[in-house]
Design a protein around this ligand. Structure first.
Ligand SMILES: Nc1ncnc2c1ncn2[C@@H]1O[C@H](COP(=O)(O)OP(=O)(O)OP(=O)(O)O)[C@@H](O)[C@H]1O
Ligand SMILES: [Mg+2]
Length: 234
């Protein structure tokens, strides 16, 4: 690996350079850089508190970093006005938060239908598509339940369906299998990887589970707010 010129041939779809972000007195990110290519599944691992969620929030344009830049499809996110940024998040990004964040008042089905309706799909059409996505993730029977009535794993699968239903270019998934046992985790990862491969969706996948990371094409590790690349283990 002494060759200096082993860059991938294409421009990355998403690239972060030198990100810094403090939460109060905690320096969560200190010069983190990472690239995500079209259609690539990238696993981000690292100890608890190493800055993984903060990195995801910065990359998805949810949190503005204190320093550094995030470039998506040639756009510098830090230069976009808030309105344009939220529009971009709606059209191009799907996010699965570490702690779910489904709308508590809505059923699973309506939670998944919501992003489609925000994008202009009529309610009946949105609910039909939402049902298909819940089915893909094995929670079709729970469509009428509200988040408070679902198990953690069911809510997590509904959150994945919600992130994918609009056909985003990038999915950011923060521990999407964290509440699942290993069999359910495998089913969810199979569905997620299949969807990504089929649609050419790039996935940034935060996980502490080596079995989950094994679904990725590449893995990087966060350590004290900076990114370390890992060699692909054959
Ligand atoms: N809103 C916040 N206010 C204060 N400190 C925060 C906040 N969010 C994160 N931190 C701190 O920033 C650091 C990085 O947090 P982050 O959530 O990014 O870590 P993580 O790698 O996702 O951890 P985990 O694996 O436990 O989810 C931690 O020390 C955390 O305590
Ligand atoms: Mg986290």
């Amino acid at each position: 690996m002494s060759e200096g010129d082993d860059q991938p041939p294409t421009e990355p779809l998403l690239a972060a350079r030198g990100l810094a972000k403090a939460h109060g007195r905690t320096q969560a990110l200190r010069g983190a850089s990472v690239e995500l290519h079209t259609g690539e599944i990238l696993a981000v691992t690292g100890a608890s508190g190493s800055g993984k969620s903060t990195l995801l929030h910065c990359l998805a344009g949810i949190v503005r970093p204190d320093a550094g830049s995030v470039t998506y499809a040639g756009l510098r996110l830090e230069e976009l006005p808030e309105k344009r940024l939220s529009e971009l998040r709606r059209t191009d990004f799907g996010v699965v938060f570490q702690f779910g964040q489904l709308v508590p008042e809505l059923t699973a089905l309506d939670n998944v239908a919501l992003p489609l309706m925000l994008a202009g799909t009529d309610r009946a059409g949105a609910r039909e598509r939402a049902g298909e996505w819940l089915e893909r993730f094995g929670v079709h029977g729970q469509g009428d339940l509200r988040p408070g009535e679902m198990s953690g794993g069911q809510a997590q699968r509904a959150a994945l369906a919600r992130a994918l239903v609009t056909g985003p270019k990038v999915v950011f998934a923060d521990e999407p299998t964290g509440a699942l046992d290993s069999l359910a985790g495998e089913q969810v990862m199979t569905a997620l990887a299949h969807t990504a491969r089929e649609a050419g969706t790039a996935v940034l996948l935060i996980t502490h589970d080596a079995q989950v990371a094994a679904y990725a094409d590449r893995e990087v590790q966060l350590r004290d707010g900076t990114v370390t690349s890992l060699e692909v283990s054959a």
